[in-house]
Structure formats: structure tokens, C-alpha cells
Design a protein around this ligand. Structure first.
Ligand code: PEP
Length: 253
């Protein structure tokens, strides 16, 4: 049985003190369930990864980076490799988060390279997809999400896909307080599962965790998780409040 998975994306938040205190509070608050009934990961900013990984090394909470570069080393000023991320004790990395797609301007092609690089470097990518508000309003959600899935996972073998977690995050629900209804989320999760089945076969597709993200809170976590194809949650704002994040972890455990 696949365990539910809750990942926290801290984005460009916390500082050298609060990253440690937040990690400690999450670890102590979720001690009874993390690793048992639910897999948990947190994704702090690059500069605090090592400090957080140290704090969490005795816990069952994994650490992930929020991005990576597609090369392993060399003259790439400002970039961070999969090897570096792994070297400091991280196991996950976000790829294709909507803020990287729409604020930084990452393409499907670049995101595909990042997913592949992550897996080849021994990391577990959390590959994010999701439509913008105008795309949903123009009834283009399926087309947009299908394109992101096909292009973002292009040329990934069935063997490699088992390292991937997919996160469906409608852009209009991220950081806005507007959550997709469980039915809206399930509809897109089912579409993603179907596409994955076409690409990799029914059994591998069943095993790939598909997380929902977009204004997840303690109050809506359980109802989202009750949907068939929602296997976990990717949490932004609420992962910065230890009590809320722990409540979400407990709600899905
Ligand atoms: C996110 O950034 O991945 C996210 C889902 O943010 P929020 O929970 O704040 O909407």
C-alpha cells in the first residue's frame, strides 16, 4: 500500500534561525505519524538545506530542494547540481513549480531535462503541473496539463518514472486562498493517471503518487485526500506554520 505523501514548499521564506526552529517543531509535532502512516518532506531555500537536513537527520522527515540545474558541475554561475543537493543529505527536488514556469520562465523542455537530471543524480523529483486561471476559464485545463505531462516526462523510461512524484497545482489556487474543490482536483488527477497509464502502462501509473497543491489547509486536507486519485499534498503557505503543517500531516496519516 502506498503511503500518503505530504511535502512542504517553503519557497523564499525563513532565515537561519527560523528554518531550524520550524524544522524542529514540525519534527516533534509529527513524530508519531511521520514515516509511519505518512511520508513527509520539506523543501527549504537552497542556503538553509544543510541546516534543515542536519536538524531532521534523526527524524523520518525527508528534505528536498526547490530546484536544480541540468549540469553536474562547471561554469554555471549561481546554479546548483543534483550531486550537490544529494551530497548535503536531500532526497527530493521540486521540478517545474508554477513559480519557476511563470515567474522565471522555465519551459517544458528545460523542466524535462531537470526531471531527468534529478533522477540520474539519485534524487526523487516532485514534478509540478497545473493550468492558469485563463486557461481553466477557456476550458483548456486538460490540454494544458496533458501537454505539461507529456513534454515534462518525455523520453523517461518506465524504470525511471518510478522515481517521480507528480504534483497537480492549479496556478489560480496557489497562494490565493482559493482551493480547487475535491471534485475539480480529482477530475484532473484522473486525467493525469490516465495519461501516465497510456505512457507507462496501468500498473506503473497506479503506483505513481499524484499530489494536489493549491491553498491546502488543515481544514481541507482530509476532504481532498478522500478522492481516489489524490495521493498526497504539496503545501506552500501552511507549511511555514508548524501547527498547520503538522495538522495537515495528521489529517492525512
Ligand atoms: C505551492 O507553492 O506549491 C503551493 C501549493 O502554495 P500554497 O499552498 O501557498 O497555495
Amino acid at each position: 500500500m502506498r503511503k500518503p505523501f505530504v511535502a512542504g514548499n517553503w519557497k523564499m521564506n525563513t532565515d537561519s534561525e527560523t528554518c531550524v526552529s520550524l524544522a524542529k517543531s514540525i519534527a516533534s509535532g509529527s513524530r508519531e505519524v511521520a514515516g509511519e502512516g505518512v511520508k513527509v518532506a520539506v523543501c527549504p531555500p537552497f542556503v538553509y538545506l544543510q541546516a534543515v537536513a542536519r536538524v531532521l537527520s534523526a527524524s523520518s522527515i525527508a528534505v528536498g530542494a526547490q530546484d536544480l540545474y541540468t549540469e553536474s558541475k562547471g561554469a554555471f554561475t549561481g546554479e546548483i547540481s543534483a550531486l550537490m543537493i544529494k551530497d548535503i543529505g536531500c532526497s527530493y527536488v521540486l521540478c517545474g513549480h508554477s513559480e519557476r514556469r511563470h515567474v522565471i520562465g522555465e519551459s517544458d523542455e528545460l523542466i524535462n531535462k531537470k526531471v531527468t537530471t534529478a533522477i540520474n543524480g539519485g534524487l526523487l523529483p516532485i514534478f509540478c503541473v497545473g493550468e492558469m486561471l485563463e486557461e481553466r476559464e477557456a476550458s483548456r485545463t486538460s490540454e494544458v496539463v496533458s501537454g505539461q505531462i507529456k513534454n515534462g516526462l518525455a523520453s523517461l523510461s518506465a524504470e525511471k518514472i518510478s522515481a517521480v512524484t507528480v504534483a497537480y497545482e492549479p496556478v489560480w489556487a496557489i497562494g490565493t486562498g482559493l482551493t480547487a474543490t475535491p471534485q475539480q482536483a480529482q477530475e484532473v488527477h484522473a486525467l493525469i493517471r490516465e495519461l501516465l497509464a497510456e505512457m507507462y502502462g496501468g500498473q506503473p501509473a497506479e503506483e505513481i503518487p499524484i499530489l494536489y497543491g493549491g491553498s491546502v489547509k488543515p481544514e481541507n486536507a482530509a476532504e481532498l485526500m478522500a478522492e481516489r486519485d489524490i495521493n498526497g499534498l504539496l503545501v506552500g503557505g501552511a507549511s511555514l506554520k508548524a501547527d498547520d503543517f503538522v495538522a495537515i500531516i495528521k489529517a492525512v496519516a
